[in-house]
Design a protein around this ligand. Structure first.
Ligand SMILES: Cc1cc2nc3c(=O)[nH]c(=O)nc-3n(C[C@H](O)[C@H](O)[C@H](O)COP(=O)(O)OP(=O)(O)OC[C@H]3O[C@@H](n4cnc5c(N)ncnc54)[C@H](O)[C@@H]3O)c2cc1C
Length: 290
């Protein structure tokens, strides 16, 4: 199937794009890499009258060192993030998660802004955004907002973005000294969306966890933090029994849906297994003995 006829507008500046969004409101949708939006258009699950193509706005594609954070433009391709040295060294969880998104041709077009704005519950970036407490910068003709990841993802494919707003910048805190991270997931086939995935970052002090960040994707209407599991690791450390207890708590805390790929029960079990694998990898990488 192909989409119904629509107009494509191609602004060359952010100001122009924001003016067009403000003018056309709900009738318009921003187009980034098109890797999620175009299939939705083709299946006629989304029926905008106008696409506002962001691909000519070069100011929206950047990766900058901001001191204690990395600033990433919304139109930065997933492939660029995957290969960026600053991201690899200072935000390794984001880099590892990126390698697990889809296939190389999709990552070469898909953007970080498009993925976060799309808010697919099985996507990797929303889980990373929650685990790293990323901030999302939005702009509209009304001004700028900074939204914490915890307030951004509202429901399946639904975010705090207003129809006239664009996501413009993603603020990624750098990994603290002494931290170690891992992103693990399971998918039916290489490149598929995850059935379940876990993002983990632990900061160690004197060989014990001083800060624990765990988030899950694929197990609910949005990605979510695994707060009970975090508390267990923070209190009891990363020994075998604590990891087992944290993984059980993670599985118990999610509320996945059944669909044709997996039952809710199976996904819940996967969350436990992915939590164990993520924590084991974090510990191995930190070379911490518990
Ligand atoms: C076969 C296949 C497998 C895939 N597997 C995975 C996977 O495993 N994991 C994963 O995370 N993703 C996966 N994807 C999706 C892919 O990562 C997309 O690139 C991503 O979800 C959307 O990015 P995009 O730049 O293509 O956005 P688009 O498709 O252009 O846009 C997506 C949505 O975001 C909105 N939008 C885009 N940019 C902005 C902005 N700056 N401000 C406000 N709204 C905006 C659009 O209006 C649209 O509603 C897969 C896609 C395909 C086709």
């Amino acid at each position: 199937m192909k989409p119904p006829p629509l107009d494509i507008l191609s602004p060359s500046s952010l100001i122009e794009a924001l003016a067009l969004l403000s003018e056309h409101g709900d009738a318009a949708r921003p187009l980034a890499g098109g890797q999620s939006l175009v299939p939705l258009l083709n299946f006629r699950l989304s029926r905008p009258e106008i696409l506002i193509d962001l691909n000519r706005i070069s100011d929206l594609a950047f990766i900058k060192d901001g001191g204690d954070h990395i600033a990433i433009g919304a139109m930065t391709r997933e492939r660029t993030i995957e290969e960026n040295e600053l991201v690899r060294d200072q935000a390794p969880l984001l880099q590892e998660a990126t390698t697990q998104i889809a296939h190389l041709p999709i990552r070469s077009r898909g953007t970080i802004g498009g993925s976060l704005a799309n808010a697919d519950p099985a996507a990797e970036y929303p889980a990373v955004a929650l685990a790293l407490e990323i901030e999302l910068v939005t702009q509209s003709v009304r001004g700028e907002r900074r939204i914490k990841a915890a307030a951004f993802f509202e429901d399946v494919l639904t975010t705090a973005l207003e129809p006239d707003e664009l996501l413009t910048e993603i603020i990624v805190p750098k990994a603290p000294p002494g931290s170690s991270s891992a992103f693990v997931e399971i998918a039916r086939r290489h490149g598929d969306f995850a059935l379940a995935g876990v993002a983990a970052q632990i900061t160690f002090a004197n060989n014990a966890p001083a800060d624990v960040c765990l988030a899950v994707c694929g197990a609910g209407s949005t990605a979510s933090r695994l707060t009970t599991a975090e508390e267990i690791i923070l209190q009891d450390g990363v020994g075998v029994e604590a990891v087992k207890a944290a993984s059980a708590a993670a599985a118990a805390s999610v509320d996945p849906m059944s669909d044709l790929h997996a039952s809710a029960d199976y996904r819940r079990r996967l969350v436990g297994v992915m939590t164990t694998r993520a924590l084991e990898k974090v510990v191995q990488r930190a070379a911490v003995t518990s």
